[in-house]
Design a protein around this ligand. Sequence first.
Ligand code: NAD
Length: 445
Amino acid sequence: MRVAIFGTGYVGLVTGTCLAEVGHEVVCVDIDQAKVDGLERGIVPIYEPGLEPMVKANHAAGRLRFTTDAAEAIAHGEVVFIAVGTPPDEDGSADLQYVLAVAGTIGTHLQKSAVVVDKSTVPVGTADKVKVKIAETLAARGADIPFEVVSNPEFLKEGAAVEDCMRPDRIVIGADSAQAVETLRRLYAPFNRNHERIVSMDVRSAELTKYAANAMLATKISFMNEIANIAEKVGADVEMVRKGIGSDPRIGWHFIYPGAGYGGSCFPKDVQALARTAQQHGHEPTLLDAVESVNERQKGHLFELMLRHYGDAAALRGKSIALWGLAFKPNTDDMREASSRRLLQQLWDAGVHVRAYDPEAMDETRRIFGERADLVLCESADAAIEGADALVVITEWKQFRSPDFDDLEARLADAAIFDGRNLYKPGDVEAAGLAYYGIGRGRSI
Ligand code: NAD
C-alpha cells in the first residue's frame, strides 16, 4: 500500500521504516529540512537498535523516501499518518498545535480519498478536531473529497522500538467505519499473521486506551517507589519485597522496579495530560496526581541519599562525582525528562563537578548543556571514575552491571556508590569496602 507519514521522530521514523520493511511504499514528511536531508543520505538522527540498517536498506530499495514536500506525500498516500509531537502545554494538557497543523496541511493538499490515522498520543476527542480541521480546510478551497479519521495509538518502547513495531503485542484501531478498519487491517496484515493482534473499537476508546496504558505503567513505577521509600524508613529491602510480590500472577514481574523516577517523552506528559482531561470533564484525578507527585519526589531521591552520606550540601562543594548514565533509560539516546537532568542540576547547584558517561546520550547531553566547566563528558565508564570521589549510577545500561568493586574502592576517594537503579547487591559492594546506597534498601542504610 502507499503510505504517507507526517513526523520522522521516534514514532514516525520507526513506523515508516517497519511498514516499508514489509513491502509498503512509504513517504515520510518532516518540516525539519536538515533531518530530511540527513535521512535521504542515510543519517539516522536517533539511536534505536536495528533502525539504521533497516532505514538504509529500505531507502536503497526505493520503498522509503523522505521529503519536506507535504503535497507530494499526500498525493502519494492512500493512508496518511499523523505522528508529530504532542508536548505538554503550560497546564500539562497535550499541545495539539502540531497535530492540527498537519490536519490543515492534509486539507490543503488532499486530492483523492484517504484514511487519516492519528498515531500521535492525543486526548480523547482529538480525532473529531482533526476531522473538523480537515473538513474546514477542504471547504475553504471548495473541495469535496471523502476522508476518514482513525485513531491508531502507538505502543512502541524507545530502546526496543523496531522490535515492538515488527512484533506488536496489539494493534489498536479506533474507527467509525468498517471500511477504515478494513484499510488498516490490510496495512497491518504482515504484522498480524500468527495470531490476532488487532483490537478494533470506537475512536474515543482507542484514544483513551493509550493514556490508560501509560498511566498504568507509571502507576506501577510510582507504587514501587513509594514502597521503596517506606522500606528505607522501616529497615527493609525493597528488592526482597519485589521478589516477594512479583511471583503473584495478579501482580507480575514487569514494571515493579524501584528507581530514580520515570522520565522520557511519554510517561510524564501522558500522566499529566490524562489528569488534565479528567479535570476538564469534572473528574478529580486523585490517583494520577499522586503518581506524578511521587515521581517528582523520587527524581530528587538520589541527591537526598548523597546528602545523607555527606551530611549536607556544603560538604559536597568541590567534590567530583562520576555519573554513569544520562539517557532516561537504556538503549536510547533520549534525555527528555530524564532523571539525570534533575540530578545534574542539583549537583551543579551544590558546587559539584560531574564526570559523566552514557553509551549513547553524549551528543544529546552536549546539545542540551553545551560546554560547562563543571561537566566533563568522558569516553568510557572507566574514564568517568578517574579522579572521582564517588559514583552515581542513574541509567541501567547492561555494561554498568558488574563493575570491579575492588577497583572502584581503590579509585573513588570517598569510596561510595549511589545506585539509582538497584543494579548491585549491597553486600557485594560493602565487602569491597565501599559505602552503598540504593533505592529502598533499608537494611544497608
Ligand atoms: P518526536 O518529537 O521525536 O518527533 C516529532 C517529529 O515531528 C519531529 O521530527 C518534528 O520535526 C516533526 N513535525 C512537527 N511538525 C510537523 C509537521 N507539521 N509536519 C511534519 N513533521 C512535523 O516525537 P515522537 O517521540 O516520535 O512522538 C510522536 C508522538 O507519538 C507523540 O504524540 C508521542 O506522545 C507519541 N508516542 C511516542 C512514543 C515514544 O516512545 N517516543 C511512543 C508512543 C507514542
